[in-house]
Design a protein around this ligand. Structure first.
Ligand code: FUB
Length: 361
């Protein structure tokens, strides 16, 4: 597969500091349909990528995104239009430098238990093996989370025969703590089916949206420690409880703050940051805790709504700076055809994240 540096991104990075209306390509600077200038440009432009999970392996930055495709399925609230079927890995030596698009890392036809919709993945490394965590619908149409392994960070990956025992819903994100223990965070409501597991068992009649219990605790994301071989849960999943300032769980009706999907956990200054998307209100939020299990106290929005319905991200420290990988629909203006972007993330001295606007004006 040819290596394809992204010219627009490289040039845009050179001119990013200024409010230049004309980029050095000679073309007018891209604007959103409502006339705003974008904070960042897509990392790659010849394929659609979304849900970026960024990791540093062996001094290099790897991004594990969803690989968006157009299957001609109309938008609906269950996300049937997100009909992805394979994964491609991106890599770069430095942010702002050339981005390599690697060949297909794994296709749904090579995941024995899966039928369709290979949604937001994540990756991890342990003892010489790279792990790719993949949500997809099983043969019965229920979302599960599986794992595949490779000796290379870019694959090809070989899938396990079955999904992770006891897994359900979508958007796995694996965080490895300083003691070497790894935890998976996951879940997504609406199309991600988390509401159908509210009783602990799958209920196909369990609804397509929130539980509609606005004055009761919201559905919470899940966490479980991973087994030593990184292929199973080492314990029963538990709720990732996100609380308000008084320590009470956020309520279901609190759509600006409650969890929807896109879990991502990182650690900074001894604190655990649990970050997530609010879905139908389109924010990326964070909550801070003192253990990997939480509880996590809601702290704020850190990314305002991007162009497009979904917002999904990862946060990684690389070469002394923190980076936010996110996506939007700049290239297509279609909800299901997204492009991964990156921008620097900074913190105030008290550990709060300085909020980011994905538009310059
Ligand atoms: O990419 C499909 C789904 O859209 C992801 O799983 C969600 O997080 C949202 O980004």
């Amino acid at each position: 597969m040819p290596r394809r540096p992204n010219t627009w991104f490289a040039i845009a990075a050179l001119v990013a500091s200024g409010g230049a209306a004309i980029a050095q390509t000679g073309k007018p600077e891209p604007r959103s349909p409502d006339g705003r200038r974008y904070l960042s440009q897509p990392l790659v432009t010849d394929i659609y990528t979304a849900d970026p999970s960024a990791h540093v392996f062996d001094g290099k930055l790897y991004v594990y995104p969803s690989h968006d495709v157009d299957a001609g399925i109309p938008d609906d609230d269950l996300g049937n239009q997100y009909a992805m079927h394979d994964y491609r890995v991106l890599s770069m030596d430095r942010v702002g430098g050339p981005v390599t698009e690697h060949p297909v890392a794994i296709d749904v036809k090579d995941i024995p238990w899966a039928s369709k919709q290979t949604w937001a993945p994540d990756a991890a490394y342990k003892d010489g093996t790279y792990f790719l965590y993949m949500p997809a619908r099983d043969k019965a149409g229920v979302f599960r989370i599986g794992v595949a392994t490779s000796k290379s960070p870019t694959g090809p990956f070989k899938a396990e025969a079955e999904p992770i025992r006891g897994s359900f819903s979508i958007d796995p994100a694996v965080f490895t703590d300083a003691d070497g223990r790894s935890y998976m965070y996951w879940g997504g409501i609406w199309g991600g089916q988390l509401q159908r597991w509210a009783s602990g068992r799958y209920d196909p009649k369990g609804g397509d949206t929130d539980l509609k219990q606005d004055d009761r605790p919201a559905l919470m994301p899940k966490v479980a420690r991973l087994s030593a071989d990184m292929k199973q849960f080492a314990e029963a999943p538990r709720d990732v409880v996100i609380t308000d300032a008084a320590g009470k769980p956020l309520l279901g009706g609190d759509h600006d703050r409650r969890f929807f999907e896109a879990s991502w956990t990182f650690k900074r200054g001894g604190k655990y940051y649990f970050t997530y998307s609010t879905g139908d209100t389109h924010f990326l939020n964070y909550a801070i805790g003192s253990t990997p299990y939480g509880p996590f106290r809601y702290t704020g929005h850190f990314l305002s709504p991007v162009q497009g319905w979904t917002s999904h991200h990862s946060i990684v420290e690389f070469k002394g700076k923190w980076w936010l990988f996110y996506h939007d629909t700049q290239l297509s203006n279609k909800n299901h055809l997204r492009s991964v972007k990156v921008t620097e993330l900074s913190f105030d001295p008290d550990g709060t994240i300085r909020p980011i606007d994905p538009f310059k004006d």
